[in-house]
Design a protein around this ligand. Structure first.
Ligand SMILES: NC(=O)c1ccc[n+]([C@@H]2O[C@H](COP(=O)([O-])OP(=O)(O)OC[C@H]3O[C@@H](n4cnc5c(N)ncnc54)[C@H](O)[C@@H]3O)[C@@H](O)[C@H]2O)c1
Length: 351
């Protein structure tokens, strides 16, 4: 088992990583509400409940990003209220990023904030969304438009839970893994290339090292910039392009991680056109993503629509598009100075 710590003063917390770490759940004797969905619950809820007192309350939501709404958060809040939970209540999220974001948000606002524990069950949620305290729900006007920063008290990344994850979801999580390498760790990129067969086989020992390396990077960035005033935005590499792809294709058609994979290649392509990174590096990134079963070509989206969608991104400041680009591969930077011509070229070349 591996353990790391997210250092945030009084709000610091451990992340336990490895097969079987579910047994390290520490409720501190608090009453808890377990939140999950109707896909994950039949697979893993029983194992979790076996560790909790009989009669522990549960709230099982319908599966899917379409349900990451204020209404679903309301269902969790109703369950907390109906269960007579007070400020000393505890919310446990058992699921992927959707359940983690929803349960975390409900925990953030119930009694102005109660404790919560993240038990991520997708690769994406293990390496990304369960760490860092961003919680929230979607609104018709935008993804994650409503939310709160609320750190978990403990994160348990039990690799055994990944055994049931569908291949496409597993691949989507790998996109966020590659993101950590591309934005700041070339040695990790070498390692991912060398370990691709073991990663495709979901080898627990190799996965443990990989999840630890990702969480360590995320923990370091979050500790330095909890509320995304600066360098935390680097974690959005590929996301501005990716969000536009997700929205244009209709949520769920292209998975978030798949859109991030395509978006990273577009960010690398634009960096190349700006003279910041080599064509060899763009190809290197594309090859790795493809070897991990990820798409790297953008679905057909008219450039004007693409640009309009990018302008809606949260990182637009004073009406200027800010992008995370590579200068070079292995070193991400945030820039608001992208000339329109190379951006157009990237959009045209992406499909
Ligand atoms: N808070 C953050 O910092 C942050 C960061 C990145 C992404 N996110 C959010 O995370 C969400 C995406 O997360 P995700 O990719 O985990 O999607 P998800 O939660 O929708 O899970 C993907 C699918 O896998 C299923 N599933 C989950 N665990 C499983 C398991 N062990 N076995 C079988 N099936 C399983 C789910 O039911 C779902 O159908 C998005 O809403 C995104 O906005 C949040």
């Amino acid at each position: 088992m591996r353990t790391l710590q997210v250092e945030l003063g009084a709000r610091s917390y451990p992340i336990d990583i490895g097969p079987g770490v579910l047994s390290r759940l520490d409720t501190q004797g608090q009453r808890c509400l377990v939140v999950s969905n109707d896909t994950v619950a039949p697979l893993h809820l029983k194992t979790l409940l076996a560790q909790l007192p009989e009669g522990t309350a549960t709230c099982i939501l319908p599966d899917g990003e379409a349900h990451k709404t204020l209404d679903s958060a309301g269902v969790i809040l109703d369950a907390l209220a109906a269960g007579g939970f007070h400020r000393d209540g505890l919310v446990i999220a058992l699921g992927g990023g959707v359940i983690g974001d929803l349960a975390g948000f409900a925990a953030a606002v119930y009694h102005r904030g109660i404790a919560f524990i993240q038990i991520p069950t997708t690769l994406l949620s293990m390496v990304d969304s369960s760490v860092g305290g961003k919680t929230g729900v979607n609104h018709p006007a935008g993804k994650n438009l409503i939310g709160a920063f609320h750190q978990p008290r403990q994160v348990l990344a039990d690799l055994q839970l990944l055994d049931t994850l569908p291949s496409r979801e597993y691949a989507a999580g790998m996109a966020e893994v590659v993101k950590y390498a591309a934005l700041g760790d070339l040695a990790f990129l070498d390692w991912l290339e060398a370990q691709t067969p073991a990663l495709q086989a979901r080898d627990h020992a190799v996965l443990a090292e990989m999840v630890e390396r990702c969480c360590a990077t995320k923990a370091r960035i979050v500790a330095a910039d909890e509320r995304e005033q600066g360098q935390r935005a680097l974690l959005n590499l590929g996301h501005t392009f990716g969000h536009a792809i997700e929205t244009a294709s209709g949520y769920g058609t292209v998975l978030h991680g798949e859109a991030v994979a395509i978006g990273m290649v577009m960010a690398a392509d634009l960096s190349y056109r700006l003279g910041w990174t080599s064509l060899t590096d763009v190809e290197r990134l594309r090859d790795l993503l493809q070897a991990l079963d990820l798409p790297t070509r953008c679905p057909p989206i008219p450039p004007e629509q693409f640009l309009a969608l990018m302008q809606r991104d949260k990182k637009v400041l004073n009406n200027r598009l800010r992008l995370v680009l590579l200068k070079p591969l292995g070193q991400a930077i945030i820039t608001a100075d992208v000339p329109p011509e190379p951006l157009q070229e990237t959009l045209l070349a992406a499909t």
